[in-house]
Design a protein around this ligand. Structure first.
Ligand code: BGC
Length: 372
C-alpha cells in the first residue's frame, strides 16, 4: 500500500511501499485514511532536524492531522463501527508506570519525555491508505463535519490552551462573565492572536466564539488571502508591517490574552513585552533553533512581576481537547461555514505530497486526500 515517508538515512521524502495494517489486538480498528493535513511540523521533519522513525524502521510514515473512516473493528471495540468517521489523537503514553500523567491518560504532560507521537516521534503516522489504532485514541466525528474534520487536530491546540487559561485566570475572581452554557466567557477582554496560519486562524475563531474582543496580528501586508479570511468572520487583521508594536497597543487597549501561533521568536517576544495588566500569554509555536536574538528582557521581567502576568507553553492534546474541538468545529460550521471551509486551500492526491512537503509553503491548509 502507498504511504508518504521520510527516510533520514538517505535524506529522502516521497511515496513508499508500506505494509497493510492488521488488527494488532482486540481493541484495535483499521482506519481508511480520507484526509490528512500537512503542517509546519511535517515540513520540518522533511528537513531532518526533527522527528524519528520507529526503532525497527528506516523510514517514518508522516501525517498527524488525520480524518478517516472505520473499516474494520476488533472484537473488544465498544463504541465505533465500520463507516464511522474518526479523528485520531497524536501522542501515545510512555512505558514507565511512575509517569503519573501518562498513567492518567495525560501523555500531553508526559513527565519522562519518552512519549511517542504518531507521524512525528518513533511511531508511523497517518499519511497512508490504511492504518490501525486503538479505540481509546480515536474520536468519533459526525458526518456533517466530513469536509472540515481534518482541522480537528490543529484546533485542539487552542482547546488545550483555553483549558489552561481559564483555570489560571480564575486567580482574578472578578472576571466572571459566563457564556450561555455557564462556562467562562471572554466578554470584555482583549485577545491578540499572533500569526495567521491555520493554528492562528482556528485560535481566532475559538477566541471570538468565546466572546473575546479578538485581533489577529501577523507579518504580511493586508489585504491578502489570510487577512481576508480572518476578517470574513469578524476579526480585525493587523499587519505588523503597517502597525509596529506600539501601534498595536493603541488599537487593542490592555492585552488580556496573547495566543502565539507564529513560531517566530522576534515578534513573539516583542508582543510579550506589551502584554497587559494581569495578562496571560500562551506560546504554541515551535521555532527551529537559530542564532540568539535580542530581547527586551528587563521590560519583560519587570512587567511579569509588576503586572501579575502569566506565561505558559502548551503542546497538544488530551482527549477532552479533541472532544471540545469537534464540538467547536460544529459551532464554527453553524456560524461561519464559508470561512471555515476556506481554511482548506486545496485537496491534493498523494502524488503531490513530495512537492507539498518540500517546496515553498503556500496556501493556508493543504490536505492530501485518499478519497479519490
Ligand atoms: C503536533 C503536536 C506535537 C508537536 C510536537 C505538532 O505539530 O500537532 O501533536 O506534539 O507538533 O511534536
Amino acid at each position: 500500500m502507498q504511504a508518504v515517508g521520510a527516510i533520514p538515512k538517505k535524506k529522502e521524502v516521497g511515496i513508499i511501499d508500506h505494509p497493510m495494517p492488521t488488527l494488532e489486538s482486540d481493541d484495535h480498528l483499521i482506519i481508511k485514511s480520507l484526509d490528512v493535513g500537512i503542517c509546519g511540523t511535517d515540513r520540518e521533519i522533511c528537513t531532518f532536524v526533527y522527528g524519528d522513525p520507529p526503532k525497527e524502521s528506516d523510514y517514518l510514515v508522516l501525517g498527524h492531522e488525520s480524518m478517516g473512516e472505520v473499516q474494520e473493528v476488533g472484537s473488544a471495540v465498544q463504541h465505533l463501527k465500520p463507516g464511522d468517521l474518526v479523528v485520531p489523537s497524536v501522542r501515545r503514553p510512555c512505558v514507565f508506570d511512575y509517569c503519573a500523567p501518562c498513567q492518567a491518560g495525560r501523555q500531553d504532560f508526559c513527565s519522562t519525555g519518552h512519549f511517542v507521537e504518531r507521524g512525528i516521534k518513533m511511531s508511523h503516522g497517518f499519511m497512508t491508505e490504511y492504518y490501525s489504532e486503538q479505540e481509546q485514541f480515536l474520536n468519533f466525528v459526525p458526518t456533517s463535519l466530513r469536509d472540515v474534520a481534518v482541522l480537528v487536530e490543529p484546533l485542539t491546540i487552542v482547546e488545550k490552551a483555553m483549558s489552561q487559561v481559564w483555570p489560571t485566570q480564575s486567580r482574578l475572581p472578578w472576571v466572571k462573565h459566563k457564556n450561555a452554557n455557564g462556562g467562562p466567557s471572554g466578554k470584555g477582554l482583549n485577545a491578540v492572536v499572533l500569526g495567521a496560519g491555520p493554528v492562528g486562524i482556528l485560535g481566532a475563531m475559538k477566541l471570538k466564539a468565546e466572546g473575546f474582543n479578538t485581533f489577529v496580528y501577523s507579518r504580511s501586508k493586508a489585504p491578502n488571502p489570510k487577512s481576508e479570511l480572518v476578517e470574513s468572520f469578524g476579526v480585525p487583521y493587523i499587519s505588523a508591517l503597517d502597525t509596529p508594536i506600539e501601534g498595536l497597543l493603541d488599537q487593542v487597549g490592555n492585552i488580556d490574552l496573547v495566543y502565539e501561533a507564529v513560531g517566530v521568536s522576534t515578534i513573539a517576544y516583542q508582543v510579550l513585552s506589551i502584554l497587559g495588566l494581569n495578562g496571560i500569554y500562551v506560546f504554541t509555536g515551535i521555532p527551529a533553533p537559530k542564532a540568539p536574538i535580542e530581547v527586551n528582557a528587563d521590560t519583560i521581567m519587570r512587567n511579569v512581576v509588576l503586572k501579575n502576568q502569566v506565561v505558559i507553553g502548551t503542546v497538544n492534546a488530551d482527549q477532552s481537547s479533541f472532544i471540545s474541538a469537534i464540538k467547536d468545529l460544529d459551532v464554527f460550521m453553524q456560524r461561519w461555514p464559508e470561512s471555515l471551509k476556506a481554511l482548506i486551500t486545496k485537496r491534493f492526491s498523494i502524488e503531490d505530497s513530495q512537492s507539498l512537503l518540500l517546496d515553498k509553503a503556500s496556501g493556508i491548509k493543504n490536505v492530501i486526500s485518499f478519497d479519490a
